[in-house]
Design a binder for this molecule. Structure first.
Ligand code: V47
Length: 371
């Protein structure tokens, strides 16, 4: 596809006109990645100007034991595997306390679909965390987990969400969406929530005032058209509910999965996917780069390709050193600030619901300007 095809579309994007499926497929066919980036950056600028958001969160995975065993997942284990685990409530609280001094504003909790743990375990985990650290927002349980809880507890999705909300749940993460398509799910994750079940949970959550994110696992067996259809499905639900906060495209990592023959998406493919997501999802305010999966280099470049939010564990530099953390598992706040300012953008620390905590508009030198 030549540059001219994109020129024809640039006007549409400049006028903030909604792209059709045909338009989106034209973008997918294009190799003019710089022009795609410029167009996506323009669309980003309209939403959030020069600002790039980040937050300080702690990920907690309650268990890796999972009955679903999706082909793309290297995390899940069977109950009897040597490295299978399920955290006790004490362990959950201990983990939470260990990050208290980092000034975290969010717990991000996702786990396997455990065959035996009752729904009450998850309710207890949320209420204990809330009691221990009431100021920290709890973003927990993918739509797939909510659907599973409804099945094991024999409750409606709505009742599951209401009970979790009562216990202290603040919002839902965007995982488990993979590709919202029957063929793809049958092939790679047949044992978990279907596309419709995933969408139904999100719709219900939004109706109860719970915001959520949405993800897309790309670069495995899905076709370009299935990827675009995934975006269009999310755009349609967002038109209806307005409950999605951010969209996070996740590049597939084949190592230690049941799809080892596949290759990880290239930087080119990832940047193109992020840019197209920004252009098609005109009703999503935020497109987030999960640098832990994209890598820091691609994540930084993505700030010129429509991305306005960087996610991944952020810790103070002294803590990183004290903990001896690997740079690919955590990032110091200063490093994050320089990545953003070097790209010519203004770093903004946010809470989970995108309330601004600090704007670093002094070149990212670490002296915050309160807003
Ligand atoms: O649902 C699993 C994906 C997701 C692999 O909501 C894989 O803010 C790549 O959803 N290669 C979990 N991806 C992570 C997730 C997430 C991450 C960051 C922020 C947010 C948010 C959500 O990871 C799973 C699945 O789609 N995944 N295996 C893999 N081998």
């Amino acid at each position: 596809m030549t540059k001219n095809n994109l020129h024809a579309m640039a006007e549409k994007i400049e006028n903030a006109e909604r792209l059709t499926k045909q338009d989106a497929m034209t973008l997918m066919d294009s190799n003019d990645i710089l022009q795609l980036g410029r167009l996506a950056d323009r669309a980003k600028e309209r939403k959030t100007g020069q600002q790039v958001f980040f937050n300080v969160n702690q990920h907690i995975n309650l268990t890796n034991i999972c009955v679903s065993r999706c082909k793309f997942c290297a995390f899940s284990r069977d109950k009897n595997d040597a490295d299978a685990y399920a955290m006790s409530l004490d362990e959950v609280l201990e983990k939470a306390r260990s990050a208290r001094h980092l000034g975290i504003t969010e717990f991000h909790i996702v786990s396997g679909l455990h065959p035996d743990l009752p729904f009450e375990y998850y309710l207890d985990a949320i209420s204990s965390l809330k009691q221990e650290m009431p100021e920290v927002h709890i973003q927990a349980f993918t739509a797939v987990e909510i659907d599973y809880f409804a099945k094991i507890a024999k409750l409606s999705k709505r009742d599951v969400l209401l009970k979790l909300k009562d216990a202290g749940l603040g919002s839902l993460p965007g995982g488990g969406a993979e590709i919202l398509n029957h063929r793809v799910r049958e092939a790679v994750c047949p044992k978990k929530a279907s596309s419709n079940e995933w969408l139904e949970v999100m719709k219900t959550a939004h109706s109860l005032g719970l915001k959520s994110n949405a993800t897309m696992l790309f670069g495995h067996i899905e076709s370009p058209e299935e990827r675009i259809d995934h975006l269009l499905t999310l755009r349609e639900l967002q038109d209806e509910t307005g409950g999605f906060q951010s969209f996070i495209p996740l590049p597939f990592h084949p190592q230690n999965t049941e799809l080892p023959e596949l290759k990880k998406p290239t930087a080119f493919e990832s940047l193109k996917t992020l840019a197209i997501s920004r252009l098609v999802l005109d009703n999503f305010d935020h497109i987030k780069a999960f640098w832990i999966m994209l890598g820091l280099k691609v994540a930084q470049l993505s700030l010129l390709f429509g991305v306005d939010d960087l996610d991944g564990t952020v810790v103070e530099e002294k803590i990183t050193h004290a903990a001896g953390a690997e740079t690919d598992q955590s990032i110091s706040r200063d490093e994050l600030l320089s990545l953003i300012t070097e790209a010519g953008r203004i770093p903004v620390e946010r809470d989970t619901l995108y309330n601004v905590i600090r704007v670093y508009n002094n070149g990212g030198q670490g002296v915050p300007v309160e807003t």
